[in-house]
Design a protein. Sequence first.
Length: 629
Amino acid sequence: MRGPARSSSVLTVVFVMAICAALGTMFISFDQRRRAERTAEAEDRARSAVTALALLVTDAEAARCGLAVDGDQLFRTRLADDLNVIPHRERELEGSVAHDPVKITLVRQINLYLSEYLRNYLSPALAASRSGGRAVPDAIMLAARRHADLVRSYLDRLLELVTRSTVAARARAETHSNAGILAGVVLPLFSVVALVLMRRRATAVASSVRRLETAAGQVADGELDIRVREDGPAETGRCQRVFNDMVSALAQRRHSLNEKVAEQSALCGAATMAAGGQPPEAVFDAVTEQAGTLFRADLADLLHFERDGTASIAATWSHAQWDLSAAERVRLEPEGMAAQVLQSGRAVCLTRPGAPAPAWQRPAHFGLQVAIGMPVIVAGRAWGVLRLMSRRREALPEDVMSRAAPFTDLVAIAVADHQARTDVAEARARIMFAADETRRTIERKLHNGPQQRLMASLWALQALDAQIPANLTELHTQVSVLTARMSGALDDLASIARDVHPAILSQRGLPSAVRSLARRSQVPVETSLDLPERLDERVETGTYHMVAEALALANEHPHTTLVNIEASGRSGRLLLHIEINGMPTGDAASGPGLVGIRDRVEALGGATTIESSPERDIRLFIDVPFATR
């Protein structure tokens, strides 16, 4: 709050300076009034001295005239007294106007004329009266009168000057007195007004600061829609404006961040679906819906370019719940957005001025005004296009093309992943079916080749043994041993051939083959089979090996007590349930047996579910499609 502090300091300085100015004005006014009063008093003294001197001159002239007429002693005494007093009055007058150069010059001139008047007329008249002479020539009388009138005229001029000076001095004294009084009155009023203004300013600043503090606390709590009134004085008002601008910027950034979080959340959800092995159609629907919702579109769809020049709608979404068919196809118009995306491999933005146009294709009748198409690139070629459309041109964000790119990338990843999964599954199925076919071939060759020759050799030995004479006991014993060994080898070869591919499966079908496995198992096996006699050859072979691997897994563990096998065929689905009692769950989950079972089920296009219980039981639920022969 450096600004308000500086402003308060300036106001304080101005207030102090104003008080000092008022006090100075008051003191100066009173001082000037005192000086003016002293000047007026001096002028009064000067006026009194002028008046007294004028009276003395008049009295002396009258005494001179009376003395000249009748020589009365009274006039002589008056004249003598006047002559004695006039010099004192001259000095008094000169002293009273000593502060004024103009007046002192005039006084000195008056004194000069007065001295001549005294020397030339009054003193001779007094001396003549004392010597007894009375007759005074008329010329002298007239000259004396004129000289006296001249002195009185100068005294009158001086009196006029003194009077004006007195009036001016008293006027100045009055003016300074009024100014001092005014300053004395204005000072308290100004102080009160200044204090009130400073108090109001301080109150306004404090109120503004409190509002800012309250608003800042609300902003800290996440309420970014708070604004303060911009009514604070000076710097406080600027602080309020800066605060509002800051909160607006924070709100905008939070909005952008929320959009980014929503975008990342949508991408994460769709990516989780894709990574979780969800069907591509589910990923397409999720991406289309999330993109349409996030970018405030009215309609969003995902087109897949077909080889015949059309595009199939892989997914659709609409804000207004329009009736859209995800199975319909659209023809790619040469000027249409989908065709442009297919040709260029880049994003395209189209606007419609009002009437339906071929460039809009199917969405034209919805009254849409703007559409943006982002290509889905898979393996270097345009697989499809994600279209975002709106009825309002300003609805879609300006950066929608760059922000929608991760969604199209996710679609491309889902397509590529599904294709890769499909290719892997097909390759695995081909390998597995080829292995089964190889097993059948090996079993057939073993049966038709070595096994038949061994059987023929065994029969020949038995015939030879029957033809040996009874007395050749040693030879008979040797042939019997050889026959037994050949019979054992034939059994071993038959067992190997059965492990490679059971002949009973090809000859009598899956139920008999499963029961044969159950009879040869070291662990007790219960079977419940409700299957057609003959199924698809691949399904029979795969299911047989699933059961064989499950029984092999059970026979490997000494704690296994019972295996329960249930199988049924319903509506073209083979449902196989295998329960192994007493098998450790960890060993089963990590063993290669279940992996092989899963591989075979997936190769047949089926699904596997594995459950375990605290009683150390393993349950396999297998669902495989089949066809009968």
